[in-house]
Design a protein around this ligand. Structure first.
Ligand code: CP
Ligand code: NVA
Length: 312
């Protein structure tokens, strides 16, 4: 057992591999219970604020259902509902919310906002996605990998597409921590920034993960899982045409799946997907696609994060 009480969950950088594994195992446990119809009471009496500057299906619903399953009250606060950063500073909003709520989820643009919320609210803050990181998604994806392969260490994970977005960043960090071999395949213009790669490589020295960034599509060889994400993330819609031009050769289609040389290679995507762009309808709908397992696992893993950091 690990004691994570009172901790915020802003990026996976803040957690040891053992702590990450603990949250994954807790999620698997909570999932098995939920399948039997057993929910918990660890968050009874707690009030949880769900702050969203950007839209969401999975993350919002995962936090809401997870709260209610464990007895907490979730309160959704969309971008037009509160004054966050406009008529009231993030610092002041954080101090107000911290007086009323026991935990705060934040999804939005600047990663600095979620850091300020954590610093000034005095309660656990969970990152539901910023421009820079999407750490709860990695927990769901790693739980899905564990379900498919029985382990994480030594798996070959390929992330192909926009190599500089929140998903690529968090995937690099999570893989480096957990000993998953991660290959980022992207055009040079969309390679991850060097600081993220350096951080991942530092973790990899401990875990034994291999980290590779390349623009060669042939690097999908031997992949156990191929992961992709939208070519334009929330907030960068104006880049859509440019990205299609750059990323067309990096589409996940049947030919690319076959290039791994492994029949068992699974297809992963955090969703929502733009079919015909980053993935073909055929691969998305194929039996190799685990995208809806990942979506479901958002709920079990987010529940584990809240139970671990706030639960009785
Ligand atoms: N994957 C994910 O975060 O989905 P939402 O944007 O719907 O929350
Ligand atoms: N990179 C995507 C992830 C969505 C879950 C975005 O930020 O829009």
């Amino acid at each position: 057992r690990k004691n994570l009480k009172g901790r915020s969950f802003l990026t996976l950088k803040d957690f040891t591999p053992d702590e990450i594994q603990y949250m994954l195992d807790l999620a698997a446990n909570l999932k098995a219970k939920k399948k039997k119809g057993i929910t918990g009471t660890t968050l009874q009496g707690k009030n949880v604020a769900l702050l969203f500057e950007k839209p969401s299906t999975r993350t919002r619903c995962a936090f809401t259902v997870a709260c209610i399953d464990e007895g907490a009250h979730p309160e959704y606060l969309g971008k037009d509902d509160i004054q966050l950063g406009h008529k009231e500073s993030v610092e002041d909003t954080a101090r107000v919310l911290g007086r009323m709520f026991d935990g705060i989820e934040f999804r939005g643009f600047s990663h600095e906002t979620v850091e300020k919320l954590a610093k000034y609210s005095g309660v656990p803050v969970w990152n539901g996605l910023t421009d820079t990181y999407h750490p709860t998604q990695i927990l769901a994806d790693f739980l899905t990998l564990m379900e498919n392969f029985g382990h994480l260490k030594g798996l070959n994970l390929v992330y192909i597409g926009d190599g500089r977005n929140n998903m690529a960043n968090s995937m690099l960090i999570g893989s480096g921590k957990m000993g998953v071999n991660i290959t980022i395949i992207a055009p040079k213009e969309l390679w991850p920034t060097q600081d993220i790669v350096d951080v991942a490589k530092e973790y990899a020295q401990e875990s034994g993960a291999q980290i590779l960034v390349t623009d060669e599509v042939s690097a999908v060889k031997d992949a156990d899982a191929i992961y992709t994400d939208v070519w334009t993330s929330m907030g960068e819609e104006d880049k859509a045409a440019e990205r299609i031009g750059l990323l067309q050769p990096y589409q996940v289609n049947r030919e690319l799946m076959e290039m791994t040389g492994k029949k068992e290679t699974i297809f992963m995507h955090c969703l929502p997907a733009v079919k015909g762009n980053e993935v073909t309808e055929e691969v998305f709908e194929s039996e190799k696609s685990v995208v809806f397992d990942e979506a479901e696992n958002r709920m079990h893993t987010i529940k584990a994060v809240m139970v671990a950091t706030l639960g009785r």
